[in-house]
Design a binder for this molecule. Structure first.
Ligand code: NOJ
Length: 569
């Protein structure tokens, strides 16, 4: 059983995608390299403290050839020089601790980079490392042609088997071919992972965000059922062996430290999530699920469809029944929330006005802040979300870096999807939407770097940036600060039960209750007024404690993108 206080339930977390956060290597007069770094993060800790952040989730800073921007690790024990040194990392732990901010590391252990020493050794069939990965000879087709060992398809929409000339066999990679999957049937692999955990916990990490952690154990390599988006998944999603590995890591390492884990769990269902987070089973403390962000998408997140607030409430109500949630609306793989559930669907349209966002940008960003910060669980804010950053405004695929967008484009081209549609879908789903550099100020590179950034800044940084919002009491940033302070003062908003009340296509009403304390929330997800039905109005007869309009009293309807948080007396 849990021996330690669950500190993660009382703090607000913030995800840093280091590549795009702050490049300071140029601050001493030298030019930066256009890639964010650890000294950059240190230089912004005061801003995070000021926002009310108590935990940082740091996306990978380990040595990596960057086939997938750091999610392909070639050495788990060193910092990639583009981000700084181990001394910088130690300074980050120390500086964060001074401000009472904990740091969790990104644990990417389903796969390594193909440039990792283990994989390089494993290419030799006689090596003791051979069994660290999943190697198979493949099949021979009727015409004598070599065929891969099974029919699985991968998460980046391509092949999952790569033939290695040196070994004369195929290896499995559920993601890019430069990300070979580890073999969790081999106990030596699990022992190596324990060493990685211990290393970072000893350095001062307060836990881990665990990348695709419910697919690490491959029970069998038989052919998968056809017609599934990721063919073969029934052979490796949340297998008994997977649960067992998580329990072993907990028992042998994590339980010896004051730390927590949040799993990123692919295509996870509710019952599966309940098992993974069951306090008595001791596997994960909480997890990121995806269903709420897929309510207006087909084929995971790739093709947009109509948004309905009623669907969102239905999905949230289900997941709020988990003992504890990891709450998020954005991360480095998702669209920006003002461009997803909000009105900033196509920022490129605003280019003619120099990037000026549309009429309801600010109000909708605040409404979405209130949504995330009034649910039960630990909120994770993604860098830039607190200032209402939008999707990118690029004009063509040439400006996109994301390996997944390029694979998607290739696949759609093969299926003869016309170019304009491919670009429309990529614009809505590309992970680069979240990865454009953080908009610190209105200068040429948005205060992110003195050099050309690795990915182009959004031209709306002249209107949407930290410096503009810092001292403006009406800004999105100030609203986030107010919402965080409100949540931190009220146990009911952190720990209270979630009670769904009413929703239609654009209006959503719910409550949080703890003992005699009740908060009611009403949100309008549209650019039109939303009428409040009598049934819901009764539950809204409290005192507004916070809203994103100047209105003091809730009437019979909500204004476009309005949110009201009321305390019921
Ligand atoms: C999930 C990560 O969030 C994503 O960025 C990465 O591409 C895949 N896992 C593979 O590591």
């Amino acid at each position: 059983m849990q021996k330690t206080k669950a500190f993660w339930k009382d703090r607000i977390a913030y995800q840093i995608y280091p590549r795009s956060f702050q490049d300071t290597q140029g601050l001493n007069g030298v030019s930066g390299d256009g890639i964010g770094d650890i000294p950059g993060i240190i230089s912004r800790l005061d801003e995070l403290k000021d926002l009310g952040i108590g935990i940082i989730w740091l996306s990978p800073v380990y040595k990596s050839p960057d086939a997938d921007n750091g999610y392909d690790i070639s050495d788990y024990f060193s910092i990639d020089p583009k981000y700084g040194t181990m001394a910088d990392m130690e300074a980050l732990f120390a500086e964060a601790e001074k401000r009472d901010i904990k740091i969790i590391m990104d644990l990417v252990i389903n796969h390594t980079s193909d440039e990792h020493e283990w994989f390089q050794k494993s290419r030799d069939p006689q090596s003791p490392y051979r069994d660290f990965y999943i190697w198979r000879p493949g099949k021979t087709g009727p015409d004598g042609k070599k065929l891969p060992p099974n029919n699985w398809t991968g998460f980046f929409m391509g092949e999952v088997w790569e033939f290695d000339e040196k070994s004369r066999e195929y290896y499995l990679h559920l993601f890019d071919k430069k990300q070979p999957d580890l073999n969790y049937k081999n106990p030596r692999v699990v022992e190596e992972i324990k060493n990685i955990l211990r290393f970072w916990l000893d350095k001062g990490a307060a836990g881990f965000r665990c990348d695709v952690i419910n697919i690490i154990y491959k029970t069998s390599l038989e052919d998968g059922k056809k017609n599934t988006a990721v063919c073969g998944i029934e052979h490796y999603k949340s297998q008994e062996g997977n649960h067992a590995v998580l329990r072993e890591l907990r028992r042998d390492v994590l339980d010896k430290y004051l730390c927590f884990t949040v799993g990123e769990t692919v295509m996870v269902g509710f019952d599966e999530a309940k098992l993974l987070c069951d306090e008595n089973r001791r596997e994960l403390d909480m997890l990121f699920y995806f269903e709420h962000l897929e309510i207006d998408r087909r084929i995971e997140r790739f093709i947009p469809k109509k948004f309905r607030a009623s669907k969102l409430l239905e999905v949230l109500s289900k997941w709020q029944r988990l003992e504890w949630n990891a709450l998020y609306l954005e991360n480095h793989d998702q669209s920006r929330i003002v461009s997803h559930f909000g009105p900033e669907k196509n920022p490129a349209k605003n280019l003619s006005s120099g990037g000026r966002p549309s009429k309801y940008w600010q109000r909708s960003a605040k409404m979405l802040a209130a949504l995330e910060l009034t649910l039960r669980g630990t909120p994770f804010i993604f860098q830039g979300q607190e200032i209402g950053m939008t999707n990118f405004d690029y004009k063509s695929l040439d400006e996109v870096n994301d390996v997944e967008s390029h694979s998607l484009n290739k696949l759609m081209k093969k299926l003869h999807v016309p170019g304009f549609l491919r670009w429309k879908w990529i614009k809505a789903s590309s992970r680069d939407n979240a990865r454009t550099p953080m908009q610190w100020d209105e200068s040429e590179n948005a205060g992110f770097s003195r050099s050309k950034p690795w990915l182009a800044v959004n031209s709306n940084h002249r209107y949407i940036n930290y410096a503009l919002q810092k001292n403006d009491p009406d800004s999105v940033l100030s609203f986030y600060k107010k919402m965080i302070a409100l949540r931190q003062k009220n146990e009911c908003l952190k720990h209270g039960d979630f009670i769904p009340v009413f929703a239609d296509t654009r209006l959503m009403v719910y409550q949080r209750r703890l003992g005699n304390e009740i908060f009611s929330m009403a949100l309008n997800f549209s650019s039109r007024k939303a009428k409040i039905p009598k049934k819901a109005a009764l539950l809204l007869s409290g005192v507004p404690v916070i809203s994103n309009t100047d209105r003091q009293f809730i009437g019979k309807a909500l204004l476009p993108w309005e949110v009201m948080v009321l305390r019921i007396l």
